[in-house]
Ligand binder design. Structure first.
Ligand code: PLP
Length: 395
């Protein structure tokens, strides 16, 4: 085994901020700190910087700058889209369609709406985490006002047929929101071509700062405000703008979307080297998520007979940052709702590991993980009574 390294393979939880992004942000903490709402000349630089960032986000999505609204992150964008559309359109109906594998920002917003007179259909997914389009069509009623389905899953990496879903929603005149927090920089997105009405994103998943995101709202979509107060963001989202954060988001999305193919090729190559190594070296292992339609950096595997939590602790001792389920679900003892939705039995879901690769990773990182992980899995299995019983049965 090689010497200990620091290997970060949890890019789906958050990323570092790129140097170019940070450099763009810095002047907006110090010299150019003016409140964009102020009238004097000095504050115009701040206003200008925000509008530049808005143009960059719009360009990345093929939207209009007027359709981009900055938020305090991905969760806020999801909550705004879902609650805002539900309350603004309740005269038309009270039915919402989503899936069982959404991020908690979507699921918990929907559960909240259920307490306020809305009805929510949570679509099943298949064993790869894919939504069935016929099932979606069958779920639509004349009361359906919103379909909210994530672009790419944060745990298992599965990418949904978003353009097809958009087409169905548009034909039925139903508003379509997608949580694209994991997709930005990994998948080409064109909100017009894909018939997307609302889209959420968060800078810290694509090498920008934490606590800043955006919601794309197609012109003409009826939506209530979520945050009430001052007249910022064209009276749609109150609160003094997170100026450096917004500048960082603009730069980050520009960098993340300038060469998606090149980025994907590089990350996918590393991912496949790691995944092939894991499947080769560790028996009784299952890949979760879709074999092809998945995020380039995502690996989610279940190792039979072990606990993901103990695996994470041992990996940590070797300087490896990874995740079991999603960052939000660790700390709870229930297995991930996503892994249960793809049909994994509890005991297998518990033994799952997510490695999400990104810009930080190198071949050396991959080889280091491959030199450490199989031994750790073996050590844990040797402590498992279930494994012992299983091995006796095999002989
Ligand atoms: C991270 C994430 C969110 C939440 O974004 P925050 O910026 O952390 O609020 C929402 N949806 C998905 C798919 C995510 O991965």
């Amino acid at each position: 085994m090689e010497g200990k390294r620091f290997v970060y393979m949890d890019h789906a939880a958050t990323t570092y901020v790129k140097k170019e992004v940070l450099e763009e942000m810095l002047p907006y903490f110090t010299e150019n700190f003016g409140n964009p709402s102020s009238v004097y000349t000095f504050a115009r630089k701040s206003k200008r910087a925000i509008e530049d960032a808005r143009e960059k986000v719009a360009k990345a999505l093929n939207a209009l700058p007027d359709e981009i609204f900055f938020t305090g992150g991905g969760s806020e964008a999801d909550n705004w889209a879902i609650k805002g559309v539900a309350f603004a359109n309740k005269d038309k109906g009270n039915h919402i369609i989503t899936t069982k594998i959404e991020h908690h920002a979507v699921l918990h917003a929907c559960e909240y709406l259920e307490k306020h007179g809305f009805e929510v259909t949570y679509l099943d997914v298949d064993e790869y985490g894919m939504v069935d389009l016929d099932e979606l069509k069958r779920a639509i009623t004349d009361k359906t006002i919103l379909i909210t389905i994530m672009f790419a899953n944060n745990e298992i990496g599965t990418i949904q047929p978003i353009a097809e879903i958009g087409k169905i929603a548009r034909e039925k005149g139903i508003i379509f929101h997608t949580d694209a927090v994991q997709a930005i920089g990994n998948v080409k997105i064109d909100v017009k071509e894909m018939n997307i009405d609302l889209l959420s994103l968060a800078a810290h998943k694509f090498y920008g700062p934490k606590g800043v995101g955006a919601l794309y709202i197609r012109k003409g979509v009826k939506i209530d405000n979520l945050i009430h107060g001052g007249g910022q963001e064209r009276r749609r989202r109150a609160g003094t703008e997170n100026l450096p954060g917004i500048v960082g988001l603009g730069k980050a999305i520009e960098l993340a979307t300038e060469d998606i193919d090149g980025h994907n090729e590089k990350i996918r190559k590393l991912r496949d080297r790691l995944l092939n190594g894991i499947m080769e070296k560790i028996p009784y292992t299952k890949l979760n998520g879709h074999p092809e339609r998945r995020l380039p950096g995502n690996i989610n595997v279940s190792f039979r007979f072990i606990e993901g939590e103990s695996l994470l602790l041992l990996l940590d001792q070797f300087g490896i940052c990874a995740s079991t389920g999603s960052a939000c679900s660790s700390g709870s003892l229930d297995p991930s709702h996503v892994l249960l939705a793809i049909g994994l039995p509890h005991e297998i879901a518990h033994g799952s590991l997510r490695l999400s690769l990104g810009d930080m990773n190198t071949e050396e990182d991959v080889d280091y993980v491959l030199s450490v992980l199989p031994n750790i899995v073996q050590r844990l299995r040797e402590m498992s009574p279930l494994y012992e019983k299983f091995m006796k049965g095999e002989k």
